[in-house]
Structure formats: C-alpha cells, structure tokens
Design a protein around this ligand. Structure first.
Ligand code: SF4
Length: 242
C-alpha cells in the first residue's frame, strides 16, 4: 500500500454546503455546452426499449447515506441509465452489477437499482460520479472534467464521516486523488499512487481503494467478476470501521 501524507480536507470555502443545497446546484448546471446538448438530445431521442419513459436529461448529484464512511466514485452517468432515471448507477447494467455487490456486502437494502422510489436504501455508502452529465461515448473532455470537479470536492467535503473512497476505474481514481487535495498541485504526491484493481493508498485522512469499473466491457469479458467487486467493497467496509 502506498502512503501519502497530506493536509487532508479540501479547504474549499463551500465545504459546509449541505448535500441538499449542492444537489440543487448540480441539477441546474449547464456549464458544459456539449454535455448539455447530448444529455438533452438523448432524453428526447431515447432508445426503443425505453421509448415510453420520461428521461431525466439533467446532471446527477450523488445518492446514498449522508453519514456514509464509504464513498463510491464512478466516471459519469450512463446515457440510458442515470440520465434516464435521474439517479446515479440506476437503470443500467453497471448499476445492476454494482448494486448486487453493495447488497452482498451489506451496504444496500436490496440487490436492484431500477428507479428513484424503488426502495433502495444505502447504509454507510454514498455513490457519485466524477462528471455529473452523461458524456458521448462515456468520454468527457478535459475541460468538462475540470468544470465538474468542484462538485466532487464539495460533495466529498459535505460527507463529514467519509473515510474510504472506492474509485471505480482509473478516471475516478485520479479524480479522487485530486479531490482530496482540492486540486492544489503543490500538495499532490509524486509519484502519484497508481490505479489498479485492489490498489490502495492512504491519502491524508482517506483510504483510497481501486476497482475496475463495472462497465459491460469489464463485466461481460470477466475482467471484473462479482466476487472481485465484492472483495473491494468488503475491504472498504473493514477499513472504514477500523
Ligand atoms: S458535466 Fe458537470 S459542470 Fe458540466 S454541465 Fe454537467 S454538471 Fe455542469
């Protein structure tokens, strides 16, 4: 495990923002023209299997337990998942895979995440994405990533009990590292801790744990199995309770 000693809390003035206030701000955001156009276009054009649904078509704040010690960070909402249902990791195969693992490890009240109001309750876990709007091809630009970055810093700061960050994929890993030091490059350790499945680094007050992202590209090919993701979540839970 790599140990990185840092001044740990983001010293952003807005760190006291409540999650509710932040969520309202995120949902109204239109800072990235390309992503605004894409999320709204997808919401109108839809796909055949969801033709009867009313898509959310807006950015997504995080979802989960405000007292969570485990913060699970993904890349961005799926075009026909979170961008459709209005809740992160909800209504798509990645969300199904993640929710099953959260249920198996005691963080979720049920193994499915279909839509807001479906009864899913997370305990000691909070889910978010580094970029809050669905990007074309799941690839945000650097500018879009940086536009959205302050929301991650503020959300992490608002989760006062968070101790462990589970980064789903390299994009989330690097976003989490930056968020912990609030984007202050002078605080960033060199070399940076490297992402990998099961990689761990102590970064200030947080334990950062890496997992391959539960995208279909990883889950269909067997690169990420349910037991692999469950092992990471179990490890995160143990670290948070230690
Ligand atoms: S990606 Fe983030 S910064 Fe860009 S429009 Fe969406 S919420 Fe706003």
């Amino acid at each position: 495990m790599e140990i990185v000693s840092l001044d740990t809390r983001p010293d952003d003035d807005s760190s006291s923002s409540s999650l509710a206030e932040l969520a309202a701000e995120i949902v109204a955001c239109r800072l990235c023209p390309r992503l605004v156009a894409w999320r709204e276009r997808v919401a109108v054009e839809k796909v055949a299997r969801f033709a009867g649904d009313t898509y959310w078509g807006r950015p997504l704040p995080g979802f989960g337990d405000p007292d969570a010690r485990v913060f699970v960070l993904g890349l961005a909402p799926a075009a026909h998942g979170g961008n459709r249902t209005g809740r992160i990791f909800t209504g798509d195969r990645s969300g199904d895979f993640l929710c099953k693992a959260l249920y198996a490890t005691g963080f979720a009240s049920q193994p499915t995440s279909a839509r807001p109001g479906d009864g899913l309750v997370l305990t000691d876990a909070y889910l978010a994405a580094a970029v809050r709007c669905a990007p074309p091809m799941n690839r945000p630009t650097v500018v879009e990533r940086d536009n959205c970055f302050p929301y991650l810093v503020r959300e992490l700061a608002a989760l006062a009990r968070a101790r462990v960050i589970v980064a789903l994929g390299a994009f989330a890993w690097h976003a989490a590292l930056r968020a912990v030091v609030a984007g202050d490059a002078t605080k960033m350790a060199r070399p940076r801790p490297k992402f990998g499945h099961g990689a761990e680094a102590v970064v200030g007050r947080y334990q950062l744990v890496g997992s391959f992202h539960p995208s279909q590209r990883n889950t269909f090919t067997g690169r990420l199995s349910p037991s692999m993701l469950e092992a990471v979540l179990r490890r995160a839970g143990e670290s948070a309770r230690a």
